[in-house]
Design a protein around this ligand. Structure first.
Ligand code: GLA
Length: 383
């Protein structure tokens, strides 16, 4: 009897010890894979923004904040064994709030542009914010990149997940339906970050979620990304008009600067006299990915000096490849100095821009009782 009492006492004391060491409920017990939670900042209304850092057994670390679901830091090793950040970001919450060109953010409800902010569902017209010239961009004035997400964590032997949830109310930013959204970031021991998006609605609506990290695999943000070699699994791309809305044509990439079917330096053709490159001020176009309908390889980037290699897999039909053309040396880096033109590039997996107004494009409709899912995986290695 006494023996059992002592066993029970030890059990209770051990639980108290672990609770005191880890009151947030975040699993830090495993030395192989871990999640660490800290405070990142406080909004004017008193809401505390948390930062979660997921680390795998290799030592790759990704930090995500509950404001905008933003990936603030992503640290991977280069071929010399140095751990460096490879995504653009700021060091404080204030900077993210002041002006953020979507660095690291979850973008929604509609990633990319909708012509004149208008679309119709069953004959009813909806009007969204025109926050990009005459067009709607990236969910409007307060899109998913600027809201506070609820967060929970889950940790297994080989993976650590941050589960973010946000419910966007009916007509928020002009979109119909209460939309319950979940974005799950998972870092695993295979050195991948998986982003899984899920949503349900109570009214017919449109949805197109994406992730807007700006990569610079060199780990040195004073360098441009023009020396990175990129490959995109796409035989075609979508030309745009002067407001960056797809014209509706689907153009073969062959014999154009948009051909990335084999690895090519981003800088190789970017300054060619090409109408589309002039309109985009570089690459800022949606590629029509091959083999839509399955999870497949969609793009890769390689930086030879650091040896860093990034591969992207997705089940989305398109990918906006943006070469950081609007970066103009005015946004502060985390270290010192400012982010220069083309110091980061984005691989935004998504449905095509302006799909609600183009019947030929894959549908972005979400109906009540249907589950929206979309998945993109970023894999990091050294070559
Ligand atoms: C997307 C758009 C770009 C630009 C950036 C954010 O990639 O396609 O035109 O708006 O987001 O600056």
């Amino acid at each position: 009897m006494k023996k059992y009492f002592f066993l029970l006492l030890i059990l209770v004391l051990t639980s108290i010890y672990y609770f005191l060491r880890n009151p947030m409920g975040v699993n830090k017990n495993s030395s192989l894979i871990s999640i660490n939670k800290t405070e990142f900042g406080t909004l004017k209304n008193g809401t505390v923004v948390h930062k979660y850092t997921l680390e795998n057994k290799i030592g790759t670390k990704v930090s995500i904040i509950t404001y905008g679901g933003i990936i603030t830091n992503l640290k991977t090793f280069n071929k010399l064994g140095e751990l460096e950040d490879i995504v653009l970001g700021y060091s404080s919450l204030e900077e993210y709030i002041k002006e953020n060109p979507y660095f690291g953010a979850i973008v929604g409800r509609y990633g990319n542009r909708i012509s004149k902010g208008k679309f119709s569902i069953s004959g009813k017209e909806y009007n969204l914010a025109r926050n990009n010239g005459q067009n709607h961009l990236h969910g409007g004035n307060i899109g998913f990149d600027k809201v506070i997400w609820d967060a929970t964590t889950q940790i297994d032997k080989n993976s650590a997940s941050l589960i973010l949830s946000y419910t966007s109310g009916d007509m928020e930013e002009g979109y119909p339906g209460n939309l319950e959204t979940r974005v799950i970031y998972t870092l695993n021991n295979e050195n991948s970050i998986e982003v899984l998006y899920e949503a349900i609605t109570d009214k017919s609506t449109i949805i197109n979620l994406t992730q807007h990290s700006y990569f610079n695999l060199s780990g040195n943000f004073s360098e441009s990304i023009l020396d990175h070699e990129v490959k995109i699994n796409a035989n075609a791309f979508l030309p745009v008009d002067e407001t960056l809305i797809p014209t509706g044509e689907i153009v073969n990439v062959e014999c154009t600067p948009f051909d990335f079917r084999e690895f090519k330096r981003i800088g190789k053709d970017i300054n060619l006299e090409n109408e589309q490159l002039i309109i985009g001020n570089g690459y800022d176009h949606c590629w029509v990915l091959n083999d839509y309908g399955t999870m497949r390889f969609v793009a890769a980037a390689y930086h030879s000096r650091s040896g860093r290699f990034l591969e992207v897999y997705s089940d989305e039909p398109g990918m906006q490849f943006y070469s950081g053309n609007f970066l103009d040396g005015t946004l502060p880096r985390r270290d010192e100095g400012y982010y220069g033109n083309r110091s980061g590039f984005c691989f935004e997996t998504q449905h095509y821009p302006n799909s609600p107004n183009n019947k030929e494009f894959p549908s972005v409709m979400l109906e009540p009782n249907d589950l929206y899912t979309s998945k993109t995986t970023f894999n990091f290695s050294i070559k």
